[in-house]
Design a protein around this ligand. Structure first.
Ligand SMILES: *Cc1c(COP(=O)(O)O)cnc(C)c1O
Length: 352
């Protein structure tokens, strides 16, 4: 006999991406590039001078100011946490709970449902259309049926890669009593963003991360751009001193290298277009991506078996083939030019 955990936590089997040895890792949408080496040396030197016997700046003042400058918003509109997953958890701790309901458009990022459950919030899936886009013609009735006080929408969406129409996202935020959270983890790969809309709305939050384009997945830094009243509530539910001093410093320094980051984004976008082009010559269906990955479905082939054959060749992609609504689909992250070539050559050979 073991102590019984709180009911409703559920078991989240099958969510985590398989971690198997592979030389070409294109399964978790990280940046294939390490952070710039001069950034790392500057940071590691500065870490020596941090007073680590003291608690960090609890409100990450300098970092918030830098993020605010980057997005042309006020520092009071910035909340920072250990990865955007913790930002999402903070939002659910503050606005979810047993009396609330959260909704999102499936298929989407699985953490909205997982963290809803962990915070005892009821989760309501809303079905996307057959093209895997949010069905604009059903939006208001679907929202009314879901009766959710919180809506998560991932744009560009993981794992489909498609960005949502900004006017549709504005329609989501039409009811001021509903908190709308737009997850822009892949925002820099897409020409559009909802950040400029936040200042004029009381119920719109945009979530961003340093994990993808900033090449800092290992450091766990994410943030929200939110109305000041909402940001204030998020700071209330955060644990005291949740952001360590070295992390605050690294994120702060990273924001001084915007052009380097943009160069990498441009490189990955060019690689993505090249990958989409080559996939279009193969017997696969693919969805147009505004992110750093592409969802595709081999025709007349078992995707699970294809995934294994790729692994045998040292290439790891993400297997979505057993997921509802994503039957027989695989997702490939855009890597370096040589990684992408290795993947495409292997795929071409396997599908020949
Ligand atoms: C990768 C990803 C994140 C990032 O999570 P972190 O906790 O910041 O690493 C958030 N949302 C989506 C949709 C993602 O794909």
């Amino acid at each position: 006999m073991s102590p019984k955990p709180r009911s409703g936590l559920g078991v989240f089997e099958g969510y985590h991406s398989a971690q198997v040895p592979a030389t070409v890792r294109l399964n978790t949408n990280e940046s294939p590039f390490p952070p710039p080496s001069y950034l790392l040396s500057r940071w590691s030197e500065a870490v020596q001078d941090l007073s680590l016997n003291r608690y960090p700046d609890r409100q990450a003042t300098m970092l918030r100011q830098a993020i605010a400058r980057f997005h042309k918003v006020e520092p009071e509109m910035v909340f920072v946490a250990n990865g955007s997953n913790e930002v999402i958890q903070s939002i659910l701790l503050a606005y979810g709970g047993s009396e609330a309901k959260a909704a999102s458009f499936e298929p989407t990022y699985a953490m909205y449902e997982t963290i809803s459950r962990v915070t005892a919030t009821r989760y309501v899936p809303i079905e996307r259309g057959a093209d895997l886009r949010i069905d604009a013609s059903r939006l208001e009735p679907d929202l009314a049926a879901a009766a959710a006080s919180l809506v998560f929408v991932c744009s560009p969406n993981n794992p489909t890669g498609m960005a949502e129409d900004p006017s549709l996202l504005s329609r989501l935020a039409a009811d001021p009593e509903r908190l709308v959270v737009v997850d822009e983890a892949y925002g820099q790969f897409s020409p559009q963003s909802m950040v400029p809309e936040v200042a004029s709305r009381s119920n719109l939050v945009v979530v961003r991360t340093f994990s993808k384009v900033w090449s800092l997945a290992g450091m766990r830094i994410g943030y929200a751009i939110a109305p000041p009243e909402v940001a204030e509530v998020l700071w209330k539910v955060a644990l005291p001193y949740h952001l360590d001093s070295s992390k605050q410093l690294l994120a702060l320094y990273s924001l001084e290298y915007v052009s380097e980051m943009e160069e990498r984004v441009a490189q990955l976008v060019a690689e993505r277009e090249h990958m989409a082009q080559r996939l279009s010559d193969l017997p696969v269906e693919q969805w147009p991506s505004a992110a750093n990955f592409i969802l595709f479905r081999p025709r007349d082939r078992d995707a699970g078996r294809l995934w294994e054959q790729l692994v045998e060749r040292g290439i790891l992609v993400r297997d979505w083939s057993k997921w509802p609504r994503l039957e027989n689909c695989l997702r490939v992250t855009i890597g370096t030019e040589s990684e992408n070539r290795a993947f495409l050559d292997a795929l071409e050979e396997l599908l020949a």
